[in-house]
Design a protein around this ligand. Structure first.
Ligand code: FE
Ligand code: MN
Length: 331
């Protein structure tokens, strides 16, 4: 019995289940259902139109984050549907992947909604992944990192291919969703804490909550493949992975500085870098690798919502806000 390369797996036969964590992530995802239109953008529109509310450097970081996320969400969705799904035949994992794909569609929709309501130029926003070097470098890095799995002739058979598969999964889940999203989350939530662009901020909170589940599923998948194929996880491969994560942290720090060179009220640009290093350590630990940076979390308020180990807490402390769509309540 194995999660990949299992000739006994029938993708159409979901019961009985073996990987109950996949089922749990699916259920948690469904319980978190939301859509962007549920969140009012009225105050955001007023603030966006008035130069006294949003300073030029705040405007820059908002545009940079909309520019990065607007295309990154599609990139992730394509990865899931075109590459990961094909190689993961286990039915309970596929059920989760279908749910994740839907959530990526909701996230894509969020940025359509933001562009529409704020009256942004879609040509500008949706080209930023090509025109803004610090965004382009992140996207190029992920595309390059996940090449093998996109090859239509790729299979997960044999030690070398299993290694490639884990490598690419780390590229998608740990680096893209687990590191490259987080400086942006911190910036947008920091703005929200200052009562600026609160509608977008709330949408980012919801996206972040979804992403923390995507990351949890990805790490469970990676760890299961590792545990079932221990020969692939040797010292040399671990060192490669650590190198990839180190490089991604550099790119994310570069992006932070570019999006927010002067920091925000009460936060300097270096604190975003410390935050990126802090979360990178958490990702490393989650896949069984030693910490690299040992930075304290400069934004303890972020951990309430992003900390994987505190995911439960998060749900428990925000129950009124975070229930299924039928009975949402907003403070
Ligand atoms: Fe997403
Ligand atoms: Mn995602």
């Amino acid at each position: 019995m194995a999660i990949i390369n299992n000739p006994a797996t029938d993708p159409n036969k979901i019961l009985p289940m073996k990987y109950l964590w996949a089922r749990k992530h699916y259920k948690d995802g469904v319980a978190n259902n939301w859509t962007p239109e549920e969140i009012s953008m009225q105050k955001d529109v007023e603030q966006w139109k008035s130069s006294s509310h949003i300073s030029p450097h705040e405007r820059r970081l908002i545009l940079w984050n909309l520019g990065f996320f607007s295309t990154a969400e599609s990139l992730t969705a394509n990865n899931i549907v075109l590459a990961v799904y094909r190689n993961v035949t286990n039915p309970e994992c596929r059920q989760y992947l279908l749910r994740q794909a839907y959530e990526e569609a909701v996230h894509t929709d969020t940025f359509i909604y933001c562009c529409d309501t704020l009256g942004l130029d879609p040509e500008e926003i949706y080209n930023m992944y090509k025109t803004i070097p610090s965004i382009k470098k992140k996207d190029d890095y992920v595309v390059e990192l996940t090449k093998s799995i996109f090859d239509p002739t790729f299979t997960t058979e044999g030690t070398e291919n299993i290694r490639k598969f884990i490598h690419d999964l780390i590229g998608y889940y740990v680096i893209m969703e687990g590191i490259f999203f987080y400086a942006g989350f911190a910036m947008m939530l920091a703005l929200k804490r200052q009562n600026k662009m609160v509608g977008i901020g709330e949408q980012f909170e919801y996206i972040m909550r979804d992403e923390s589940l995507h990351l949890a599923f990805g790490c469970d998948l990676i760890n299961t493949i590792k545990n079932e194929n221990p020969e692939v996880w040797d010292a040399a491969f671990q060192e490669d992975i650590v190198g990839l994560i180190r490089k991604s942290v550099e790119l994310e720090k570069e992006y932070s500085f570019d999006a927010c060179p002067q920091g925000l009220l009460g936060i300097n640009a270096w604190q975003f870098c410390d935050y990126v290093e802090h979360i990178a350590d958490r990702r490393l630990e989650r896949i069984g690798l030693p910490k690299l940076f040992n930075k304290e979390n400069p934004f303890p308020w972020m951990s309430v919502s992003t900390d994987l180990s505190k995911e439960k807490n998060f749900f428990e402390t925000r129950v009124t806000e975070y229930q299924t769509a039928g009975n949402l309540q907003w403070d």
